[in-house]
Write a protein that binds this ligand. Sequence first.
Ligand code: ATP
Length: 364
Amino acid sequence: MQQPGRAAEIKANGIGKSFGSFRALDNLTLDIGRGEFLTLLGPSGSGKTTFLMILAGFVQPSEGKLFSDGVDITHRPAEQRAAGMVFQGYALFPHMSVEQNIAFPLKVRKKSASEIKSRVGEMVERVGLRGHEKKLPSQLSGGQQQRVALARALVFEPGVLLLDEPFSALDKSLRGQMQAEMKRLHQETGTTFVFVTHDQSEALALSSRVAIFNHGKLLQVGRPDEVYDRPANRFVAEFLGEINMLPVKGVRPADNGATGLCEDRAVNMRCKAEAIKGDAILAIRPEDMSIAPEASVNQNGIAATAIASTYLGAATKLDLTTRQGAKVTVSVPNEVAAAALSNGNSVWLTWPAEKGFLLPDGGQ
Ligand SMILES: Nc1ncnc2c1ncn2[C@@H]1O[C@H](COP(=O)(O)OP(=O)(O)OP(=O)(O)O)[C@@H](O)[C@H]1O
């Protein structure tokens, strides 16, 4: 964080934070790679902002250590960390023009007038605000104001840019534009980005890795496809999108080879030999399930009854219950849904073996 122009590598080691008896963060250990776009994702109150504030130096951790490029910065004050920041409520200076706002961090750092002029000009160009330099924030749209905030946060080439729900006040289409712009700025600057959101689709679309928080704990960190396709637990699976959960009793993986038929009589499924034994949840994303014309022992599958259908235009959503009473949702082609419904509502659901994964039953 202290070397301008160079992306920082950050290590959080056993970070905890208590507010009185309330535990806002618990034993958080996380490496943030140089130049990575890491998103902190979790529901309201899960500790994301607290962690960002600890990274910024505005909040002191109760336990643990923080390193930037191998240097212990746990107790270093915020102004010496030189992290760029864009917060939802992090207002621009209202009496300063666009270019004065962007120039501010360079003035504080006592840069020469010529350097300030060229760097501000470059940033104005980069965030698409050419022609707006002399305007005050009040004369700009919400999206333009956030562009100024991004430019101001990046102009001094911080090692890390911290962003806390910067676009949550913007409408959906503007938000999409700003996301694309932020992704481009990340690629162009090569800076380490740490981005807070509670919007899972935003996290999956933007990040090189996603860190998922709940109740002050880091539950899983991984690439978007890793956390979506192989969630570590039930909370992560459900938080990242719709998911079907089939309870399976007494899972006993076949002993021969890596995959075999798990011996659960209710659910015909394949799972890894080293998979969970005993009771488990078989989790499958709705888009990975389909309706087969008939049952086959060579496919993972389960009998189910359609209880409701919703026409979505491009497809039909079917709500079903399995014979064991689990509720399942699938999205299928309209003609497949029509055929299933004309067939007394009984269907055979299947999914590719690698798309179903076992989670421990109960708890998180
Ligand atoms: N200064 C403080 N004093 C007491 N409690 C606090 C303080 N700051 C945060 N908390 C509590 O710590 C918990 C985590 O808050 P935090 O702001 O980190 O969550 P968050 O995941 O960022 O949520 P949101 O998405 O709503 O911003 C919350 O329950 C919050 O009330």
